[in-house]
Design a protein around this ligand. Structure first.
Ligand code: NAP
Ligand code: MG
Length: 454
């Protein structure tokens, strides 16, 4: 295997940078460094750990534009989106900077003494992240992990290691002690797998495909590693006839085509009440054909290229299935892994595009009859990550929100993620929660202590 990774810029297909390609040896070294740093980091006074995290926030803010440009070029995302994502990275560290001093326990009434609980860090945690939101998803894991006193080995995706590598240098610049945050860029099949099987790693936090998630969960079983998994989705955007159809149609493209559809939260099924189908499709067409697809570094661009030629081929295979194309936007000619935003519909419920994750800018429109039918259709999937409900009937909004089996839902909105609220999946979208106070559960063990007063 070559010693370097050629990191490609998806908008140009040119090599952006060469970085060393890590394998099992580098994973072993990183785990040893993290293990070495753990006792001191864990023993640090909570206020001192919080102060370290605040220093990191300051350094990240000072380098936000540089990180955004790197992410935009490496992942092919519009520069405005990349800036927003780096803003969320900063917000995530800011939020969890408050956590070391808020890792609260309980006191529990028992006889003969006093019982109470404390939260302990796990040790060395392995973080494996995908290429779609490279540094953002890394931050969702790193921030609560180190706030809780763990040390971390982060493996970015081979396609997008650049912001993670830069981040590791910035963390040192901010004064985070050596060994607390370690970044190792190497392939999943070697470096990633070795991290999962490493006996000195206490936990794996993974975001990526359901197939790899399954592999990680089964390999982690050998050492009873803690595992949290954020996997794929086939989320429903449910539009009732009584909704503000103009708002719903204006928001739907963002929900389906944001990050060129390479988003686990993509609402890649739009379910529309039959009586509103024609009107909704008319409104949607105006918005989809107006999407500006092009150079990620142009501030007016709304959608960039796909991450790779392989991803483009995989997305294109859904068009070959023969579902009716309702309408599509436009995309530049190559070089660059371009794909026009495309709306298929009405699509049969058994169709592959209605059931499998596309992870690209293709959305399937499926009509439904009534509320009961909408819920059944929304739940007719192995996944359960996100989704939206559009209606002016408040009771219906809440009924449907309770009935849909999904970790995250929004009403009259297409947004999924907030730093302060838990994020994660039902069913085969994974288990465990990131963000909000819940993420701290994923990076701590509860210890119960009994003190006899006899
Ligand atoms: P992927 O192939 O599952 O890869 C994700 C990460 O796992 C990468 O860092 C990859 O490394 C690594 N990896 C691959 N095989 C591994 C193995 N056997 N052991 C350990 N690590 C391994 O997914 P992807 O191709 O990057 O992203 C697309 C998929 O991820 C989609 O299905 C999407 O739904 C899912 N996703 C889910 C979420 C979520 O929050 N639920 C977010 C983003 C993406 P290399 O790539 O370097 O080989
Ligand atoms: Mg992969």
């Amino acid at each position: 295997m070559p010693e370097t990774l050629n990191v490609i810029e998806p908008a140009t297909e040119a090599v952006l940078e060469e970085v060393p390609r890590a394998g099992t040896v580098e994973i072993d070294e990183a785990v040893a460094r993290a293990r070495g740093a753990f006792p001191a980091w864990r023993a640090l006074a909570p206020a001192a750990r919080a102060e370290h995290m605040r220093s990191l926030v300051t350094v990240l803010e000072a380098n936000l534009d540089e990180l955004a440009l790197l992410e935009a070029r490496n992942a092919g995302k519009p520069i405005g989106d990349a800036r927003g994502e780096m803003g969320m990275v900063v917000e995530t560290f800011r939020y969890y900077a408050g956590a070391p001093e808020r890792l609260l326990g309980e006191t529990i009434p028992v006889s003969g003494g006093q019982a109470f609980t404390v939260r302990e860090p796990l040790g060395v945690v392995g973080l494996i992240v995908p290429w779609n939101f490279p540094l953002t998803i890394a931050a969702w894991k790193l921030a609560p992990a180190i706030a809780a006193g763990n040390t971390a080995v982060l493996k970015p995706a081979e396609l997008t290691p650049l912001t993670a590598i830069r981040f590791a240098a910035l963390a040192l610049e901010a004064g985070i002690p050596e060994g607390v945050i370690n970044v190792v860029a190497g392939p999943g099949s070697t470096a990633g797998r070795h991290l999962v099987e490493h006996p000195d790693v206490a936990k794996i936090a993974f975001t990526g495909s359901t197939v790899v998630g399954r592999d990680i969960a089964s390999r982690a079983a050998a050492t009873i590693k803690r595992v949290t998994l954020e996997l794929g989705g086939k989320s429903a955007n449910i539009v009732f006839a009584d909704a503000d159809l103009e708002r719903a149609a204006a928001a739907a493209p963002g929900g389906a085509f944001g990050n060129a559809g390479q988003d686990c939260c993509a609402r890649s099924r739009i379910l529309v009440e039959e009586s509103a189908l024609e009107r909704f499709m008319g409104l949607l067409e105006e918005h989809v054909t107006a999407i500006r697809v092009g150079d990620p570094l142009d501030p007016n661009t709304e959608m960039g290229p796909l991450i790779s030629a392989g991803q483009r081929d995989s997305v294109a295979s859904f068009l070959a299935d023969g579902d009716p194309v309702a309408f599509a936007g436009t995309a530049p000619e190559g070089p660059g892994y371009w794909f026009a935003p495309t709306v298929l519909g009405p699509v049969a419920r058994s169709s592959r595009v209605a059931r499998e994750e596309v992870f690209g800018p293709i959305v399937a429109v499926l009509p439904f009859k009534d509320e009961e039918d909408a819920v059944a259709l929304a739940n007719d999937t192995i996944y359960g990550l996100s989704g939206s409900i559009w209606t002016r009937d408040g009771g219906r909004a809440l009924r449907v929100a309770r009935a849909v089996d999904s970790g995250v839902l929004s009403i009259n909105s297409n947004t999924s993620v907030r730093v302060a609220t838990p994020f994660g999946g039902f069913k085969q979208s994974g288990y465990g929660r990131e963000l909000g106070p819940h993420a701290l559960d994923a990076y701590t063990e509860v210890k119960s202590i009994y003190y006899s007063t006899r």
